[in-house]
Design a protein around this ligand. Structure first.
Ligand SMILES: Nc1ncnc2c1ncn2[C@@H]1O[C@H](COP(=O)(O)OP(=O)(O)OP(=O)(O)O)[C@@H](O)[C@H]1O
Ligand SMILES: [Mg+2]
Length: 493
Protein backbone atom coordinates (compact mmCIF):
# COMPACT_ATOMS: atom_id res chain seq x y z
CA UNK A 1 0.00 0.00 0.00
CA UNK A 2 1.04 3.53 -0.66
CA UNK A 3 1.94 5.36 2.57
CA UNK A 4 0.71 8.69 1.22
CA UNK A 5 -2.73 7.33 0.57
CA UNK A 6 -2.83 5.51 3.92
CA UNK A 7 -1.89 8.67 5.75
CA UNK A 8 -4.49 10.76 3.90
CA UNK A 9 -7.14 8.18 4.79
CA UNK A 10 -6.15 8.05 8.46
CA UNK A 11 -6.08 11.84 8.80
CA UNK A 12 -9.46 12.13 7.12
CA UNK A 13 -10.91 9.41 9.35
CA UNK A 14 -10.36 11.64 12.35
CA UNK A 15 -8.76 8.98 14.50
CA UNK A 16 -7.42 11.24 17.28
CA UNK A 17 -4.02 9.56 17.83
CA UNK A 18 -1.88 8.13 15.04
CA UNK A 19 1.20 6.08 15.88
CA UNK A 20 4.07 5.93 13.42
CA UNK A 21 7.05 3.73 14.22
CA UNK A 22 9.94 4.64 11.97
CA UNK A 23 13.61 5.53 11.98
CA UNK A 24 12.97 7.74 9.01
CA UNK A 25 11.54 10.81 10.68
CA UNK A 26 12.63 13.22 7.93
CA UNK A 27 10.79 11.26 5.29
CA UNK A 28 7.67 11.07 7.39
CA UNK A 29 7.67 14.84 7.95
CA UNK A 30 8.04 15.38 4.21
CA UNK A 31 5.17 13.01 3.58
CA UNK A 32 2.77 14.52 6.08
CA UNK A 33 3.58 18.09 4.99
CA UNK A 34 2.72 17.07 1.47
CA UNK A 35 -0.48 15.24 2.43
CA UNK A 36 -1.73 18.18 4.48
CA UNK A 37 -0.86 20.67 1.70
CA UNK A 38 -2.73 18.65 -0.89
CA UNK A 39 -5.89 18.26 1.19
CA UNK A 40 -9.13 19.97 0.12
CA UNK A 41 -9.03 23.70 0.98
CA UNK A 42 -12.26 23.35 2.93
CA UNK A 43 -10.64 20.72 5.17
CA UNK A 44 -7.40 22.64 5.63
CA UNK A 45 -5.68 22.17 8.95
CA UNK A 46 -2.55 23.73 10.31
CA UNK A 47 0.40 21.40 10.76
CA UNK A 48 2.76 21.53 13.75
CA UNK A 49 5.88 19.68 14.74
CA UNK A 50 6.99 19.31 18.33
CA UNK A 51 10.29 18.23 19.82
CA UNK A 52 11.41 18.53 23.41
CA UNK A 53 14.33 20.71 22.36
CA UNK A 54 12.58 23.08 19.97
CA UNK A 55 9.02 23.14 21.21
CA UNK A 56 6.15 23.62 18.81
CA UNK A 57 6.69 24.91 15.29
CA UNK A 58 4.39 25.40 12.27
CA UNK A 59 5.39 23.25 9.33
CA UNK A 60 2.87 24.37 6.73
CA UNK A 61 4.11 27.96 6.91
CA UNK A 62 7.52 29.16 8.01
CA UNK A 63 7.26 30.41 11.59
CA UNK A 64 9.72 30.41 14.47
CA UNK A 65 9.44 27.62 17.07
CA UNK A 66 7.52 28.41 20.24
CA UNK A 67 10.10 27.49 22.84
CA UNK A 68 7.72 28.01 25.76
CA UNK A 69 5.90 24.88 24.58
CA UNK A 70 8.93 22.63 24.82
CA UNK A 71 8.07 20.75 28.07
CA UNK A 72 5.87 17.74 27.23
CA UNK A 73 3.02 18.49 29.63
CA UNK A 74 2.99 22.13 28.57
CA UNK A 75 2.60 21.35 24.91
CA UNK A 76 -0.27 18.97 25.68
CA UNK A 77 -2.01 21.61 27.82
CA UNK A 78 -1.56 24.07 25.00
CA UNK A 79 -3.00 21.67 22.40
CA UNK A 80 -5.89 20.88 24.70
CA UNK A 81 -6.78 24.58 24.96
CA UNK A 82 -6.63 25.31 21.22
CA UNK A 83 -9.91 25.10 19.31
CA UNK A 84 -8.73 25.47 15.69
CA UNK A 85 -8.40 22.33 13.57
CA UNK A 86 -4.78 21.17 13.42
CA UNK A 87 -2.42 18.22 13.08
CA UNK A 88 0.33 17.94 15.70
CA UNK A 89 3.30 15.71 15.00
CA UNK A 90 5.09 14.88 18.25
CA UNK A 91 8.57 13.54 17.61
CA UNK A 92 10.07 11.18 20.15
CA UNK A 93 7.32 11.54 22.70
CA UNK A 94 7.74 7.91 23.83
CA UNK A 95 9.73 8.55 27.05
CA UNK A 96 6.98 10.87 28.33
CA UNK A 97 4.24 8.29 28.01
CA UNK A 98 5.31 6.94 31.40
CA UNK A 99 3.93 10.02 33.09
CA UNK A 100 0.27 9.63 34.16
CA UNK A 101 -0.31 13.37 33.74
CA UNK A 102 0.71 13.20 30.09
CA UNK A 103 -1.43 10.12 29.53
CA UNK A 104 -4.45 11.91 31.01
CA UNK A 105 -3.78 15.00 28.89
CA UNK A 106 -3.52 12.89 25.75
CA UNK A 107 -6.79 11.26 26.61
CA UNK A 108 -8.48 14.63 27.16
CA UNK A 109 -7.25 15.82 23.78
CA UNK A 110 -8.25 12.60 22.06
CA UNK A 111 -11.74 12.57 23.51
CA UNK A 112 -12.37 16.18 22.50
CA UNK A 113 -10.71 15.72 19.11
CA UNK A 114 -13.86 14.92 17.20
CA UNK A 115 -15.28 18.30 18.03
CA UNK A 116 -12.15 20.23 17.27
CA UNK A 117 -10.64 18.19 14.42
CA UNK A 118 -7.29 17.75 16.08
CA UNK A 119 -5.01 14.86 15.29
CA UNK A 120 -1.96 13.93 17.29
CA UNK A 121 0.68 11.96 15.41
CA UNK A 122 3.30 10.30 17.61
CA UNK A 123 6.47 9.46 15.69
CA UNK A 124 9.24 7.41 17.34
CA UNK A 125 11.50 4.52 16.47
CA UNK A 126 9.39 2.34 18.78
CA UNK A 127 6.35 3.24 20.79
CA UNK A 128 4.21 1.42 23.35
CA UNK A 129 0.98 3.27 23.74
CA UNK A 130 -0.65 2.86 27.20
CA UNK A 131 -3.64 0.54 27.04
CA UNK A 132 -6.15 3.27 27.88
CA UNK A 133 -5.17 5.21 24.78
CA UNK A 134 -5.15 2.30 22.38
CA UNK A 135 -8.84 2.41 21.45
CA UNK A 136 -8.34 6.04 20.46
CA UNK A 137 -5.46 5.35 18.12
CA UNK A 138 -4.41 3.88 14.80
CA UNK A 139 -1.00 2.72 13.58
CA UNK A 140 0.47 3.75 10.31
CA UNK A 141 3.16 1.58 8.74
CA UNK A 142 5.33 3.40 6.28
CA UNK A 143 5.76 1.44 3.10
CA UNK A 144 9.31 0.52 2.20
CA UNK A 145 10.93 1.89 -0.92
CA UNK A 146 10.22 -0.19 -4.02
CA UNK A 147 12.82 -1.17 -6.59
CA UNK A 148 12.62 2.10 -8.57
CA UNK A 149 12.82 4.16 -5.42
CA UNK A 150 15.80 2.14 -4.24
CA UNK A 151 17.49 2.75 -7.59
CA UNK A 152 16.92 6.49 -7.11
CA UNK A 153 18.38 6.39 -3.61
CA UNK A 154 21.49 4.53 -4.79
CA UNK A 155 21.90 7.03 -7.67
CA UNK A 156 21.59 9.88 -5.18
CA UNK A 157 24.34 8.39 -3.01
CA UNK A 158 26.51 7.92 -6.11
CA UNK A 159 25.95 11.56 -7.10
CA UNK A 160 26.93 12.73 -3.62
CA UNK A 161 30.09 10.71 -3.82
CA UNK A 162 30.95 12.10 -7.25
CA UNK A 163 30.50 15.66 -5.97
CA UNK A 164 33.12 15.08 -3.31
CA UNK A 165 35.57 13.06 -5.38
CA UNK A 166 37.08 13.33 -8.81
CA UNK A 167 35.44 11.03 -11.34
CA UNK A 168 32.21 9.03 -11.29
CA UNK A 169 31.22 5.98 -9.31
CA UNK A 170 32.21 2.89 -11.22
CA UNK A 171 29.31 0.49 -11.18
CA UNK A 172 29.32 -2.99 -12.57
CA UNK A 173 25.78 -3.19 -14.05
CA UNK A 174 25.09 -6.69 -12.78
CA UNK A 175 26.37 -5.90 -9.29
CA UNK A 176 24.33 -2.68 -9.26
CA UNK A 177 21.12 -4.54 -10.06
CA UNK A 178 21.89 -7.16 -7.41
CA UNK A 179 22.63 -4.43 -4.89
CA UNK A 180 19.31 -2.71 -5.61
CA UNK A 181 17.52 -6.01 -5.28
CA UNK A 182 19.34 -6.96 -2.06
CA UNK A 183 18.41 -3.68 -0.42
CA UNK A 184 14.75 -4.66 -0.41
CA UNK A 185 13.02 -4.80 2.94
CA UNK A 186 14.87 -1.77 4.33
CA UNK A 187 13.49 1.70 4.88
CA UNK A 188 14.93 4.70 3.02
CA UNK A 189 17.41 5.38 5.73
CA UNK A 190 18.68 1.79 5.70
CA UNK A 191 18.95 1.71 1.91
CA UNK A 192 20.89 4.94 1.92
CA UNK A 193 23.17 3.87 4.71
CA UNK A 194 24.12 0.57 3.09
CA UNK A 195 24.49 2.11 -0.37
CA UNK A 196 26.85 4.64 1.15
CA UNK A 197 28.86 1.90 2.84
CA UNK A 198 29.16 0.04 -0.47
CA UNK A 199 30.20 3.09 -2.49
CA UNK A 200 32.30 5.14 -0.12
CA UNK A 201 35.13 2.70 0.48
CA UNK A 202 36.31 2.66 -3.13
CA UNK A 203 33.93 4.69 -5.27
CA UNK A 204 32.71 1.56 -7.01
CA UNK A 205 29.86 -0.92 -6.88
CA UNK A 206 31.19 -4.39 -7.52
CA UNK A 207 30.27 -7.95 -6.72
CA UNK A 208 32.64 -7.79 -3.75
CA UNK A 209 30.35 -5.26 -2.03
CA UNK A 210 27.39 -7.59 -1.98
CA UNK A 211 28.28 -9.96 0.88
CA UNK A 212 29.01 -6.98 3.15
CA UNK A 213 25.73 -5.34 2.22
CA UNK A 214 23.78 -8.49 2.88
CA UNK A 215 25.45 -8.97 6.22
CA UNK A 216 24.81 -5.36 7.25
CA UNK A 217 21.20 -5.69 6.14
CA UNK A 218 20.78 -8.79 8.21
CA UNK A 219 22.15 -6.93 11.22
CA UNK A 220 19.75 -4.04 10.63
CA UNK A 221 16.77 -6.37 10.38
CA UNK A 222 17.60 -9.01 12.91
CA UNK A 223 16.27 -7.96 16.25
CA UNK A 224 17.01 -10.92 18.43
CA UNK A 225 15.31 -13.23 15.99
CA UNK A 226 15.52 -16.92 15.42
CA UNK A 227 17.34 -16.75 12.15
CA UNK A 228 21.06 -16.91 11.95
CA UNK A 229 23.06 -15.61 9.08
CA UNK A 230 25.48 -18.18 7.69
CA UNK A 231 28.64 -16.64 6.36
CA UNK A 232 30.15 -19.86 5.27
CA UNK A 233 28.73 -20.75 1.87
CA UNK A 234 29.92 -23.66 -0.22
CA UNK A 235 30.18 -24.22 -3.95
CA UNK A 236 29.36 -27.19 -6.09
CA UNK A 237 33.07 -27.82 -6.38
CA UNK A 238 33.13 -28.57 -2.62
CA UNK A 239 30.51 -31.27 -2.96
CA UNK A 240 31.39 -34.70 -4.31
CA UNK A 241 28.61 -36.46 -6.18
CA UNK A 242 24.99 -35.38 -5.74
CA UNK A 243 24.94 -34.73 -9.48
CA UNK A 244 21.17 -34.98 -9.91
CA UNK A 245 20.69 -32.37 -7.23
CA UNK A 246 23.29 -30.13 -8.85
CA UNK A 247 21.63 -30.47 -12.28
CA UNK A 248 18.23 -29.74 -10.79
CA UNK A 249 19.48 -26.58 -9.13
CA UNK A 250 21.44 -25.50 -12.18
CA UNK A 251 18.27 -25.76 -14.27
CA UNK A 252 16.38 -23.56 -11.86
CA UNK A 253 19.04 -21.01 -11.22
CA UNK A 254 17.96 -18.70 -14.02
CA UNK A 255 14.28 -18.94 -13.18
CA UNK A 256 15.05 -18.12 -9.57
CA UNK A 257 17.12 -15.11 -10.57
CA UNK A 258 14.36 -13.74 -12.78
CA UNK A 259 11.09 -15.63 -12.57
CA UNK A 260 9.26 -15.34 -15.90
CA UNK A 261 5.73 -14.00 -15.44
CA UNK A 262 3.09 -16.66 -15.07
CA UNK A 263 5.49 -19.38 -13.97
CA UNK A 264 5.43 -20.49 -10.36
CA UNK A 265 8.96 -20.00 -9.10
CA UNK A 266 10.52 -22.96 -7.27
CA UNK A 267 9.91 -22.68 -3.55
CA UNK A 268 12.22 -25.23 -2.13
CA UNK A 269 13.48 -28.74 -1.71
CA UNK A 270 13.85 -31.32 1.00
CA UNK A 271 17.02 -33.33 1.45
CA UNK A 272 16.54 -36.53 3.38
CA UNK A 273 19.16 -39.13 3.90
CA UNK A 274 22.00 -40.87 5.56
CA UNK A 275 23.94 -39.01 8.22
CA UNK A 276 27.17 -37.35 7.17
CA UNK A 277 26.58 -37.66 3.44
CA UNK A 278 26.47 -33.97 2.68
CA UNK A 279 22.95 -32.67 3.32
CA UNK A 280 24.09 -29.65 5.28
CA UNK A 281 26.94 -29.14 2.86
CA UNK A 282 24.49 -29.23 -0.06
CA UNK A 283 22.29 -26.64 1.68
CA UNK A 284 25.27 -24.30 1.91
CA UNK A 285 26.18 -25.00 -1.68
CA UNK A 286 22.64 -24.17 -2.77
CA UNK A 287 23.04 -20.65 -1.43
CA UNK A 288 26.47 -20.41 -3.05
CA UNK A 289 25.16 -21.57 -6.42
CA UNK A 290 22.09 -19.35 -6.38
CA UNK A 291 24.21 -16.40 -5.24
CA UNK A 292 21.87 -15.70 -2.35
CA UNK A 293 22.53 -15.15 1.33
CA UNK A 294 21.90 -18.14 3.55
CA UNK A 295 19.71 -17.88 6.63
CA UNK A 296 19.38 -20.75 8.99
CA UNK A 297 16.29 -21.40 11.00
CA UNK A 298 16.78 -23.66 13.95
CA UNK A 299 13.60 -25.56 14.69
CA UNK A 300 15.00 -27.25 17.76
CA UNK A 301 15.66 -23.82 19.33
CA UNK A 302 12.22 -22.65 18.27
CA UNK A 303 10.71 -25.33 20.47
CA UNK A 304 13.10 -25.42 23.38
CA UNK A 305 13.70 -21.77 23.96
CA UNK A 306 10.40 -20.20 23.06
CA UNK A 307 8.03 -22.55 24.68
CA UNK A 308 4.52 -21.17 24.49
CA UNK A 309 5.27 -18.65 21.77
CA UNK A 310 6.49 -21.05 19.14
CA UNK A 311 4.01 -20.06 16.46
CA UNK A 312 4.53 -16.35 16.84
CA UNK A 313 8.28 -16.82 16.74
CA UNK A 314 8.01 -18.92 13.61
CA UNK A 315 5.83 -16.32 11.90
CA UNK A 316 8.31 -13.60 12.78
CA UNK A 317 11.22 -15.64 11.50
CA UNK A 318 9.46 -16.39 8.22
CA UNK A 319 8.52 -12.74 7.82
CA UNK A 320 12.09 -11.80 8.40
CA UNK A 321 13.26 -14.28 5.79
CA UNK A 322 10.89 -12.60 3.34
CA UNK A 323 12.43 -9.25 4.16
CA UNK A 324 15.84 -10.71 3.43
CA UNK A 325 14.64 -12.11 0.11
CA UNK A 326 16.06 -13.10 -2.23
CA UNK A 327 17.65 -15.59 0.10
CA UNK A 328 17.96 -19.28 0.86
CA UNK A 329 16.28 -20.34 4.08
CA UNK A 330 17.89 -23.45 5.46
CA UNK A 331 15.89 -25.43 7.94
CA UNK A 332 18.25 -28.03 9.29
CA UNK A 333 16.73 -31.14 10.82
CA UNK A 334 13.21 -30.05 10.12
CA UNK A 335 11.82 -33.21 11.72
CA UNK A 336 12.91 -31.93 15.12
CA UNK A 337 10.40 -29.13 14.87
CA UNK A 338 7.59 -30.68 12.97
CA UNK A 339 7.56 -34.19 14.28
CA UNK A 340 4.09 -35.44 14.98
CA UNK A 341 4.20 -35.73 18.74
CA UNK A 342 0.99 -35.84 20.76
CA UNK A 343 2.75 -34.68 23.88
CA UNK A 344 2.81 -30.97 23.09
CA UNK A 345 -0.90 -30.27 23.05
CA UNK A 346 -1.06 -29.68 19.35
CA UNK A 347 1.65 -27.04 19.09
CA UNK A 348 3.63 -28.91 16.47
CA UNK A 349 0.45 -29.44 14.44
CA UNK A 350 -0.22 -25.73 14.43
CA UNK A 351 3.38 -24.91 13.66
CA UNK A 352 3.26 -27.37 10.78
CA UNK A 353 0.06 -25.73 9.54
CA UNK A 354 1.57 -22.23 9.69
CA UNK A 355 4.70 -23.39 7.96
CA UNK A 356 2.86 -25.16 5.14
CA UNK A 357 0.59 -22.19 4.54
CA UNK A 358 3.55 -19.90 4.36
CA UNK A 359 5.43 -22.26 2.06
CA UNK A 360 2.50 -22.39 -0.34
CA UNK A 361 1.86 -18.67 -0.33
CA UNK A 362 5.27 -17.11 -0.40
CA UNK A 363 6.18 -15.75 -3.76
CA UNK A 364 9.50 -17.41 -4.41
CA UNK A 365 11.79 -14.78 -2.91
CA UNK A 366 12.73 -17.30 -0.25
CA UNK A 367 14.08 -20.61 -1.48
CA UNK A 368 13.76 -23.19 1.28
CA UNK A 369 16.20 -26.04 1.76
CA UNK A 370 15.03 -28.38 4.48
CA UNK A 371 17.15 -31.28 5.65
CA UNK A 372 16.05 -34.35 7.58
CA UNK A 373 17.70 -37.41 9.11
CA UNK A 374 14.93 -39.12 10.95
CA UNK A 375 12.49 -39.38 8.14
CA UNK A 376 10.13 -41.57 10.13
CA UNK A 377 9.30 -38.52 12.25
CA UNK A 378 8.39 -36.34 9.28
CA UNK A 379 4.67 -35.63 9.16
CA UNK A 380 3.09 -37.03 5.98
CA UNK A 381 1.58 -33.65 5.06
CA UNK A 382 5.04 -32.21 4.70
CA UNK A 383 6.35 -34.78 2.27
CA UNK A 384 3.21 -35.03 0.19
CA UNK A 385 3.66 -34.12 -3.47
CA UNK A 386 3.50 -30.44 -4.21
CA UNK A 387 4.77 -29.14 -0.89
CA UNK A 388 8.40 -28.95 -1.85
CA UNK A 389 9.37 -28.81 -5.49
CA UNK A 390 11.39 -31.96 -5.01
CA UNK A 391 12.37 -34.45 -2.34
CA UNK A 392 15.90 -35.71 -2.73
CA UNK A 393 17.40 -38.72 -1.07
CA UNK A 394 21.08 -38.43 -0.18
CA UNK A 395 22.52 -41.92 0.02
CA UNK A 396 25.99 -43.18 0.87
CA UNK A 397 28.44 -42.22 -1.88
CA UNK A 398 29.23 -44.76 -4.60
CA UNK A 399 32.80 -45.70 -5.53
CA UNK A 400 33.34 -42.90 -8.02
CA UNK A 401 31.95 -40.30 -5.62
CA UNK A 402 34.11 -41.55 -2.75
CA UNK A 403 37.13 -40.88 -4.95
CA UNK A 404 35.85 -37.36 -5.61
CA UNK A 405 35.18 -36.68 -1.94
CA UNK A 406 38.66 -37.84 -0.96
CA UNK A 407 40.12 -35.67 -3.70
CA UNK A 408 38.19 -32.64 -2.42
CA UNK A 409 39.40 -33.15 1.14
CA UNK A 410 43.07 -33.76 0.40
CA UNK A 411 43.11 -30.75 -1.90
CA UNK A 412 41.45 -28.63 0.73
CA UNK A 413 44.40 -29.41 3.00
CA UNK A 414 46.86 -28.30 0.37
CA UNK A 415 48.01 -31.74 -0.65
CA UNK A 416 48.44 -32.95 -4.21
CA UNK A 417 45.59 -35.33 -5.07
CA UNK A 418 47.72 -36.91 -7.81
CA UNK A 419 50.06 -38.36 -5.22
CA UNK A 420 47.26 -40.63 -3.95
CA UNK A 421 45.85 -43.76 -5.54
CA UNK A 422 42.30 -42.46 -5.40
CA UNK A 423 40.83 -45.43 -7.21
CA UNK A 424 42.24 -47.92 -4.73
CA UNK A 425 41.16 -45.72 -1.83
CA UNK A 426 37.65 -45.40 -3.23
CA UNK A 427 37.34 -49.14 -3.53
CA UNK A 428 38.66 -49.72 -0.04
CA UNK A 429 36.14 -47.39 1.56
CA UNK A 430 32.90 -49.10 0.61
CA UNK A 431 30.08 -47.99 2.92
CA UNK A 432 31.84 -44.84 4.17
CA UNK A 433 29.95 -41.59 4.40
CA UNK A 434 31.43 -38.29 3.22
CA UNK A 435 31.99 -37.24 6.81
CA UNK A 436 33.85 -40.49 7.53
CA UNK A 437 36.04 -40.04 4.48
CA UNK A 438 36.89 -36.53 5.61
CA UNK A 439 37.58 -37.83 9.09
CA UNK A 440 39.97 -40.45 7.69
CA UNK A 441 41.89 -37.74 5.85
CA UNK A 442 42.16 -35.68 9.03
CA UNK A 443 43.14 -38.60 11.28
CA UNK A 444 45.55 -39.93 8.64
CA UNK A 445 47.21 -36.54 8.38
CA UNK A 446 47.82 -36.44 12.13
CA UNK A 447 49.21 -39.96 12.18
CA UNK A 448 51.53 -39.19 9.25
CA UNK A 449 52.59 -35.92 10.79
CA UNK A 450 53.39 -37.54 14.12
CA UNK A 451 55.62 -40.04 12.31
CA UNK A 452 57.35 -37.21 10.44
CA UNK A 453 55.82 -38.32 7.11
CA UNK A 454 53.46 -36.69 4.71
CA UNK A 455 50.07 -38.26 4.18
CA UNK A 456 49.93 -40.99 1.55
CA UNK A 457 47.67 -43.75 0.29
CA UNK A 458 49.00 -46.18 2.91
CA UNK A 459 48.04 -43.94 5.82
CA UNK A 460 44.53 -43.57 4.48
CA UNK A 461 44.11 -47.32 3.92
CA UNK A 462 45.21 -47.85 7.51
CA UNK A 463 42.60 -45.33 8.70
CA UNK A 464 39.90 -47.11 6.73
CA UNK A 465 40.76 -50.39 8.44
CA UNK A 466 40.41 -48.72 11.82
CA UNK A 467 36.96 -47.37 11.04
CA UNK A 468 33.71 -49.20 11.40
CA UNK A 469 31.58 -47.16 9.06
CA UNK A 470 28.10 -46.03 9.89
CA UNK A 471 26.70 -48.18 7.12
CA UNK A 472 27.86 -51.19 9.14
CA UNK A 473 27.11 -49.91 12.62
CA UNK A 474 23.69 -48.68 11.63
CA UNK A 475 22.89 -50.92 8.72
CA UNK A 476 19.27 -51.32 9.80
CA UNK A 477 18.73 -47.58 9.96
CA UNK A 478 20.23 -47.09 6.56
CA UNK A 479 18.03 -49.84 5.14
CA UNK A 480 14.95 -48.27 6.72
CA UNK A 481 15.86 -44.88 5.30
CA UNK A 482 16.22 -46.33 1.84
CA UNK A 483 12.90 -48.11 2.13
CA UNK A 484 11.22 -44.89 3.20
CA UNK A 485 12.77 -42.93 0.34
CA UNK A 486 11.80 -45.50 -2.26
CA UNK A 487 8.91 -44.04 -4.24
CA UNK A 488 8.91 -40.82 -2.25
CA UNK A 489 12.22 -39.25 -3.17
CA UNK A 490 14.44 -38.97 -6.19
CA UNK A 491 18.10 -39.85 -5.69
CA UNK A 492 20.33 -36.81 -5.24
CA UNK A 493 23.31 -38.62 -6.75
N1 LIG B 1 29.36 -35.34 -0.82
C1 LIG B 1 30.31 -34.76 -0.10
N2 LIG B 1 31.31 -34.08 -0.67
C2 LIG B 1 32.27 -33.49 0.05
N3 LIG B 1 32.32 -33.53 1.39
C3 LIG B 1 31.36 -34.19 2.04
C4 LIG B 1 30.30 -34.83 1.34
N4 LIG B 1 29.47 -35.39 2.24
C5 LIG B 1 29.97 -35.10 3.45
N5 LIG B 1 31.12 -34.37 3.34
C6 LIG B 1 31.94 -33.87 4.45
O1 LIG B 1 31.38 -34.27 5.66
C7 LIG B 1 30.99 -33.16 6.44
C8 LIG B 1 29.66 -33.45 7.11
O2 LIG B 1 28.65 -33.52 6.14
P1 LIG B 1 27.25 -32.83 6.33
O3 LIG B 1 27.21 -32.14 7.62
O4 LIG B 1 26.95 -32.04 5.13
O5 LIG B 1 26.35 -34.09 6.36
P2 LIG B 1 24.84 -34.23 6.77
O6 LIG B 1 24.25 -35.12 5.74
O7 LIG B 1 24.24 -32.90 6.94
O8 LIG B 1 24.97 -34.97 8.13
P3 LIG B 1 24.01 -34.95 9.41
O9 LIG B 1 22.90 -35.84 9.07
O10 LIG B 1 24.90 -35.48 10.47
O11 LIG B 1 23.59 -33.54 9.63
C9 LIG B 1 30.90 -32.01 5.47
O12 LIG B 1 31.16 -30.79 6.09
C10 LIG B 1 31.94 -32.36 4.45
O13 LIG B 1 33.18 -31.88 4.84
MG1 LIG C 1 23.48 -31.90 8.65
Amino acid sequence: MDSRQDLAVILASRVPIVIVETHDEARFLELITDVVARGKPADYRRLFRWTVTEGLQRLDVALEPQLHNAPPDQVLRHIRSVKEPAVYVLLDFHPYLNDPVNVRLLKDIAVAAREHRRTLVLVSHALDLPAELQPLSACLTLSLPNEDQRRDIVSGVARDWAEQHPGRVKANPEALELLIRNLSGLDRDGVERLARAAIHDDGAITASDLPEVTKAKYELLNRGGLLSFEYDLAHFADVGGLTKLKDWLEQRRKVLAEPPPGLDPPRGLLLAGVQGCGKSLAARATAGVLGRPLLRLDFAVLYDKYHGETERRLREALQQAELMAPCVLWIDEIEKGLATGDSDSGTSRRVLGSFLTWLAEQQGGVFVVATANEVGRLPPELVRKGRFDELFFVDLPDTLTRGKILEIHVKRRDMDAKSFDLQQLAQASEGFSGAELEQAVVAGWYAAHAAGDSLDTGHLLAEFLRTRPLSVVMSERVAALRAWADGRCVPAA
